[in-house]
Design a binder for this molecule. Structure first.
Ligand code: SF4
Length: 291
């Protein structure tokens, strides 16, 4: 046997071993399912009234990114009465595999009670109204009823069993400015904004003035504020490049072609002005922490 044949045999043997090893590892760590698995709907046990539909949904969000927010259950039955029923509900968008319990309203009871239900086809649709993606799961009426009645996992158990990460509700403490506009700018009526750079309010923000009124339309007074230093200021995703922040404080904010950035070594001692820029940002992506 020639040396090249032996080398080829060894190479094939090593490749097979490598593939088998990777498959076993992938299965062990669940990545195989994540990468190659089909979207999977699990009907769960509702802990609430009969109007509620509990389900879990797992899909490859890296491959098909979407903010899923819609569940739709349809009944089709040419032999039934009615021949079609549909109930649709939206819920808080989910960007990764999730489990939820949704109040479908009395329509779900009507659907389950449709005449000749056992001859019906049920379609459960999980969809993202924003991203235009949807997945359909079709089954016969009896199977749907059996899955609903025999479901034993609750939403919480499903989340725990499948190690699904739920959204963290506690965020690092940041200052999200409360808007202090006292009136919208009304062309021709003289309404003004109570902001530190508005000369009409200079004394007010210096903390030494009596309450000031707006130029024409009146309005509530913004609280007087002492200036403060900022420890950190940053831009979160979503800048619409409107230039408002740079117009207010160009030493700190620099608007590029597609976003805004904080200038290197930006002065952070004029917190009021940074706050003003944050308040003026129409999409509220400017965040800061006080020193
Ligand atoms: S104000 Fe907000 S949206 Fe406008 S450029 Fe600055 S960061 Fe971007």
């Amino acid at each position: 046997m020639s040396t090249s044949l032996i080398a080829m045999g060894v190479a094939i043997f090593l490749v097979i071993n490598l593939v088998v090893g990777l498959a076993i590892l992938s299965l062990l760590f669940g990545t195989f399912e994540t990468l190659f698995g089909k979207p999977k709907l699990s009907i769960l046990r509702s802990t609430k009234s009969g109007n509620f539909f509990a389900f879990g949904f797992k899909w490859n969000s890296a491959k098909e990114p979407a903010a899923i927010n819609t569940i739709r259950i349809r009944l089709f039955n040419p032999f039934g009465n009615p021949t079609q029923v549909q109930v649709t509900k939206q819920f808080e968008p989910k960007k990764n595999s999730f489990a939820v319990e949704v109040d479908m309203g009395p329509g779900l009871i009507d659907l389950l009670g449709a005449k000749n239900f056992d001859l019906a086809t049920i379609q459960v649709e999980v969809a993202s109204s924003k991203d235009g993606l949807s997945w359909h799961f079709d089954m016969k009426g009896p199977k749907f009823k059996r899955l609903v009645s025999e479901a034993h996992l609750t939403v919480d158990q499903f989340i725990s069993d499948h190690k699904i990460e739920t959204l963290k509700t506690s965020k690092p403490p940041i200052d999200i400015p409360i808007r202090s506009f006292i009136a919208d700018t009304v062309p021709g009526k003289g309404a003004q904004l109570a902001i530190p750079t508005n000369p009409s309010f200079a004394a007010h923000f210096a903390g030494s003035a009596a309450p000031t009124t707006t130029g024409g339309s009146g309005g509530a007074q913004a609280p007087a504020g002492e200036n403060f230093a900022v420890a950190k200021v940053w831009i979160e995703p979503g800048c619409i490049v409107c230039n408002a922040c740079e117009d207010i404080y160009k030493d700190v904010f620099e608007v590029l072609s597609d976003t805004c950035i904080i200038r290197p070594n930006a002065p952070l001692n004029d917190g009021l002005r940074i706050q003003e820029a944050a308040e003026a940002c129409p999409v509220e992506v400017i965040k800061f922490t006080k020193a």
